[in-house]
Design a protein around this ligand. Structure first.
Ligand SMILES: NC(=O)c1ccc[n+]([C@@H]2O[C@H](COP(=O)([O-])OP(=O)(O)OC[C@H]3O[C@@H](n4cnc5c(N)ncnc54)[C@H](OP(=O)(O)O)[C@@H]3O)[C@@H](O)[C@H]2O)c1
Length: 285
């Protein structure tokens, strides 16, 4: 099977380039080959590669910057996945895509399921939701994995920022009233590969039964403050972490207060997901 993988320089894309090796022949492209803001180029690359499967972790992920660049965020996060879905339909290919907990407003202190009402609070979340809808509307075999608070040992992420700051400072002030589940990029990639192995074995009937949205987050929940404490402890650093509120740390984009998602559907159908702290320890070791 020929697999076209986008965003191979990103946190999840980098891990997918490794974990998809067992799934098929992977053609990994970065923005130099396929710039998602150039929809003609997206079409041309797909038509020339002719994949049986497109896996799209590439996205406009700068949540605060998206507030001042909504057109670009929508082109990359909504229009480009829509074009991928159209092209996949012409080729008879399947599409795997990634979305976010930020499609929810986070007003309810309970874990959100796939069928719960969406109401994004910021441009990034709204653009990702529009991408989900464009893919679903195409009526192709697809999987949309909504994930949250992604970190890993490469790329730009909260874990690496906190490790750097904890080495530079004696004290950090971190938001303690936003709740979520930090998810290791490798967990996302390895879970994707496991699900795709099952899809490969199940053929067309599998896609008919299983196409749709799945929440793919580490189990359990925490806050940015507690996550930082766990990172510092695991790294053996000594830095005081003070809890602050969201109001103490204003950002251009509004963020959900409670963005925990239930991944029960994915776990019931496909495979287990680790607890956030266990995955953090594995990642850092
Ligand atoms: N990061 C999170 O906390 C988080 C949370 C929830 C959901 N997600 C979703 O999970 C998926 C993977 O995210 P991630 O954390 O791996 O993101 P990431 O590390 O920020 O990587 C994003 C990737 O997209 C590429 N990209 C951005 N603009 C592009 C363009 N115009 N054309 C082609 N490629 C472009 C980047 O390329 P460059 O390296 O060239 O910039 C990079 O490879 C995304 O769908 C994201 O929305 C992420």
């Amino acid at each position: 099977m020929k697999v076209l993988l986008t965003g191979s320089t990103g946190q999840v894309g980098y891990e997918l380039a490794r974990s998809l090796q067992g799934v098929g022949d992977v053609v990994a492209v970065d923005r130099n080959v396929m710039d998602l803001s150039n929809l003609d180029q997206v079409r041309e690359v797909i038509r020339s590669v002719k994949p049986q499967l497109i896996v799209n972790p590439a996205a406009y992920t700068a949540v605060d910057k998206a507030e001042s660049e909504p057109e670009l965020a929508y082109r990359i996060n909504a229009e480009a996945p829509g074009v991928m879905a159209e092209e996949a339909k012409k080729l008879g290919a399947a599409l795997v895509h990634y979305s976010t907990d930020y499609v929810f407003d986070g007003s309810q202190p309970s874990a959100r399921g796939e069928d719960d009402a969406v109401a994004p609070l910021n441009v990034y979340g709204a653009s990702k939701l529009a991408g989900e809808q464009a893919i679903a509307a195409a009526g192709i075999p697809h999987l949309i994995f909504r994930t949250s608070w992604v970190y890993g040992m490469r790329g730009k992420n909260f874990l690496l920022t906190m490790l750097r700051l904890a080495k530079e400072r004696d004290e950090l002030r971190v938001v303690a009233d936003q709740h979520g589940a930090p998810t290791w990029s490798r967990t996302i990639a390895d879970t994707t590969a496991q699900v795709l192995s099952q899809a490969h074995a199940g053929g067309t009937a599998w896609w008919d039964q299983n196409s749709g949205i799945y929440h793919l987050s580490a189990q359990g929940q925490t806050t940015w403050h507690e996550f930082t404490q766990a990172i510092i402890e695991e790294a053996g650093l000594s830095c005081n972490v003070l809890p602050i509120t969201t109001a103490d740390y204003p950002t251009p984009a509004k963020r959900p207060q409670y963005s925990v998602m239930s991944s029960e559907r994915l776990m019931a159908r496909f495979c287990h997901l680790p607890d956030w702290k266990t995955a953090l320890q594995l990642c850092m070791r």
